[in-house]
Design a protein around this ligand. Structure first.
Ligand code: ZN
Ligand code: ZN
Length: 455
């Protein structure tokens, strides 16, 4: 009852109806999962300096994707929980056990074949306490392991410069399956849930004279893949509404590890392309008014927004296994530092804003060109990184399209932008309401009943 009154008060402050569902059940689940993953730069990594990764003539597309990953604090914290021995465990338990390798495998000098294990090696090399060579050699085991995963997939060939976004996608997908078989994970994940999130002090014990807070019912265990989805997957169902008869029906569901914007030659801004993806007019058959060519409005709305939103501008297409790409969009598409997607949510009372973490950009006209990544690092220091080359740049440079680096004469067109969810501008009332949503028992029950199969 107290909570209901408090909720009504906060809703008034935030100017939203108290009875309104603030988040979709899946968004609540995503937010619960992400709240347990550290968002700060991992502690214990002494270097706060982004560094280059040496090129070998063809690996700039791989290096730039690796740079994007290395600049996502939640990803770094999450990966370090992969195949991690539980401290002081009598049963030699392991958190998020590897499908391929024994615990502590990442300390080995052999390049791992598991993407998450290889990322652990790379993270340790990249953000190590004792700074290794700067730039990192392309023969570093973490780099070699991740690059080899690309070659072993058959999608990438040695000696060819391929698409950085394709490599980024592959590593996302391979990381998602690094801990297998959810049924076997219940015990280990229980241990994760009982641990404080990284970078945060352990929860305070209530004073003895005070009653403990209400405990929400036990949730289904969170799997490695569930964590991956909450970090990267955007889920947006669509609706068609007929302009002739107003009949509404559901359309396809977008459920992807990145958004692909089909950039056009006259594109001006990433936001415009994104809005065009989410709201479009199509001419298709209407089953209600029986017209074959009825103008319909198709709208996607975000049911669950990930912590990390990867947007591919798809400026290149038509590549084949041996030849160069057939076309490339060179429009100076405006890339925003802050992306406000609040009104594209199915439940849009609480803000949904992202801040730009990195851009991957491409210079040239195909596989003879060059890639760079411009990334926001610790202490908001932004670096442009093209293989071994590193240049500290300004915020204005991060959103610049085309990008430039050093004395390189070419223009780098932004190809993939990675955004990280940013709640720094939320009001106190919005924060408190969002917390209430997570602890609200009725919502938690909805979750357990409906979405347990996903996790
Ligand atoms: Zn592994
Ligand atoms: Zn109709």
């Amino acid at each position: 009852m107290v909570q209901t009154r408090e909720r009504a008060r906060l809703a008034r402050l935030a100017a939203i109806p108290a009875s309104f569902a603030l988040k979709s059940p899946l968004q609540i689940k995503y937010d619960q999962v992400v709240s347990r993953i550290g968002k700060k730069w991992p502690r214990g990594f002494g270097s706060s300096r982004s560094r280059g990764i040496r090129g070998n003539g063809f690996n700039c597309y791989q290096n730039s994707a690796l740079q994007a990953f290395m600049h996502q604090p939640a990803f770094l914290n999450w990966i370090m929980t992969h195949n991690k021995p539980i401290p002081n465990s009598r049963s030699n338990g392991v958190i998020n056990p590897c499908s391929a390798n024994p615990p502590a495998y990442f300390l080995s000098a052999v390049p791992p074949t598991c993407a998450a294990c290889a990322f652990k090696v790379l993270i340790n090399t990249y953000w190590n306490l004792n700074p290794p060579s700067d730039p990192i050699p392309c023969t570093a085991p973490g780099v070699v392991g991740l690059v080899q995963i690309g070659y072993d997939s058959g999608e990438f060939q040695r000696g060819l410069q391929l698409d950085a976004n394709d490599f980024y996608n592959l590593l996302q997908i391979r990381t998602a399956v690094a801990t297998a078989s959810p049924q076997n994970q219940a015990v280990q994940n229980q241990a994760v849930q009982n641990q404080p999130p990284p970078n945060q002090p352990p929860p305070k014990q209530p004073p003895p004279n005070q009653a403990p807070p209400n405990q929400p019912p036990q949730n289904p265990p969170i799997t490695w893949e569930g964590q991956y989805k909450a970090l990267y997957h955007i889920r947006a169902p669509s609706t068609f509404v007929c302009h002739l008869c107003s009949h509404s029906r559901s359309g396809p569901i977008l459920d992807e590890p990145s958004l692909i914007l089909h950039t056009r030659q006259n594109s001006t801004s990433l936001l415009n392309e994104l809005l065009a993806l989410f709201d479009d007019d199509l001419v298709v058959a209407c089953t209600n008014c029986n017209v074959n060519l009825a103008r319909q409005h198709m709208a996607y709305r975000i049911e669950a927004a990930p912590h990390i939103l990867k947007i591919n501008l798809n400026i290149m297409n038509g590549g084949n296994a041996t030849g160069s790409i057939q076309w490339k969009i060179r429009a100076g598409i405006n890339v925003l530092n802050t992306l406000d997607l609040t009104h594209l949510q199915t439940h849009n009372s609480l803000p949904l804003t992202y801040k730009l973490s990195s851009v991957i950009a491409h210079e040239g006209s195909g596989r003879t060109g060059h890639y760079l990544a411009t990334c926001r690092g610790p202490k908001d220091v932004i670096s442009s990184l093209a293989d071994a080359q590193r240049e500290v740049v300004t915020q204005a440079h991060l959103t610049r399209n085309p990008q430039r680096i050093g004395t390189w004469s070419g223009d780098f067109n932004v190809h993939t932008a990675t955004y990280i969810r940013d709640e720094s501008q939320w009001t106190a009332a919005q924060r408190r309401l969002a917390q209430m949503v997570v602890t609200d028992l009725s919502y938690t029950n909805v979750l357990a009943g409906t979405f347990s199969s996903l996790y």
